[in-house]
Design a binder for this molecule. Sequence first.
Ligand code: PLP
Length: 419
Amino acid sequence: MTTKIWHPFTQHGLGEPIPQIAKAEGALLYTEAGREIIDAISSWWVQTHGHCNPKIVAAIQEQSARLDQIIFAGWTHEPAQQLAEGLSEFLPSGLDHIFFSDSGSTAVEVALKMALGFWHNEGHSRNRILVMDHSYHGDTIGAMSIGARGVFNNAYAPLLFDVGSIPFPEQGSEQATLDALTVFCADPDDPPAALIVEPLILGAGGMKVYSPDILAEMHRICAQHDVLFIADEVMTGWGRTGTVFASEQAGITPDIMCMAKGLTGGVIPLAVTAASAPIYDAHFSQDRAKTFFHSSSFTANPIACAAANANLQIWRDEPVQQRIDHIIQCHSDFADQLRQQHNISAVRQCGTILAFEIDDAGGNYMSALGPELLRFFTDHDVLLRPLGNVVYIMPPYCITDDQLFSVYKIIQEAIDHFA
Ligand code: PLP
């Protein structure tokens, strides 16, 4: 018997080919046979400066020869301290306590535990988590509980906890979202512990965009009712929406913020949950029972922290914002072109993320069009992974004009073929 790989979010029963990548550089992936594939979704939204960035690779090499791993409960190391200090240059002011973990999902789990721990240690009974319809926060049990319910998690429903859901602020119906949030927040019988949102754009839920004003207003309502505000910036962080963090565009400082993916430039797993002073202070005590009881083996792994420090240095030294602004302009021109076409709808852009829908009766994630589009793009040497009939681009910032325009061209060919 030989053991075989069981891939994530992959239905092996459909017998779809699984391309093998041998190496990567910048925005390009290469197969062993030398086929070049443009990575137009930053390998699931993680890569920011491109694959095998020499500065990040060097930092990993250097750190791995010096200190590879050390328990982080009660011990510390220089790369983690440097990173915590460096993050203060980038985070909204007031988020001055840095808790490390390993993935976006764990960053979210940590945020939920911090929120409940805060209320517990303060002696209040606030347990309910508020969420936004269509959200995605990861695939661990807590993260699934606060995400959209459906085909992805039907089988695991008995494991999931109840939440309060507010509607997504569709354009023109934003007031309904704010009203629903106010009703939950003002409920004297079951005051919520926290609201968690993906700021400005819901990723896996279909690249659904809403305005900074609504984000600011949701934050205001939560603050008014002492409901903690958690920003899940796992996808939006590190420049995706045009600013380092999406929260900046609403001028808010969340009580808790989650980040992962682009924290190391997308090279190696590392996550941070940043907390404001009151959250930390509620756990700071002579009483050991008030400890924040969370860890995993590789918390703040030094090699991952060194990669993240190299990422921060790239942001300081290189014209990253200029690269982002250039992608935003190119996307905006292509969006205008898309808007003029039949059978294309809901063209939207949020910073470096451009999305649109190919009109399709199925119209959801399970639409048959999704796998057909995926195959088409792969056959044309572009890594794009539509969410059902929603096609989106989220490239690394190092993508060249030639590569970006090739992506647009293949998308146009797909539209001509399928729409
Ligand atoms: N939160 C958001 C907004 C995400 O988009 C994702 C992943 O796409 C996660 C959390 C989970 O991150 P990870 O896959 O690193 O666990």
